[in-house]
Design a protein around this ligand. Sequence first.
Ligand code: MG
Length: 156
Amino acid sequence: MTEIRVGFGFDSHPIEEGKKLFLGGVQIESPFGLKGHSDGDVILHALTDAILGALGEKDIGQLFPDTDEKLKGASSEIFLKEALRRAKEKGYEVVNLDCTLIADAPKIAPHKERIRENLSRLLGIPKERISIKGKRTEGFCKTEGIVCMCVVLLGR
Ligand code: MG
């Protein structure tokens, strides 16, 4: 690998009672999901934006506007797949990623491995190169939403 690119992504969504919760493409047992035009998956959105940022491409909101009716309730995997397609087109592959989820609920630890395994499948890299960390805010964020920040390294 002779060239590397780093990208950073951030996303946040407020909770929505009764909606299914998806984090990293994995459905998590929870009384609430995340409000948004798509499934509201903050990990996949932050990761997609990190990859697009590393490539110097348009961001997720420009590529997939929330005014697009076709994307209503869509699985966020399609956003990630498009970012990966653009990376591949330029000859880049994902080296590793490090994501921090900021949420007071639900607890992330019991779901970490499933999320890493699913991201490993989606990205086609070993899960040892995928870090998912859950941080609680001791009430600062209460349970009003979930935030994700993600750093990704691409190489070619
Ligand atoms: Mg989002």
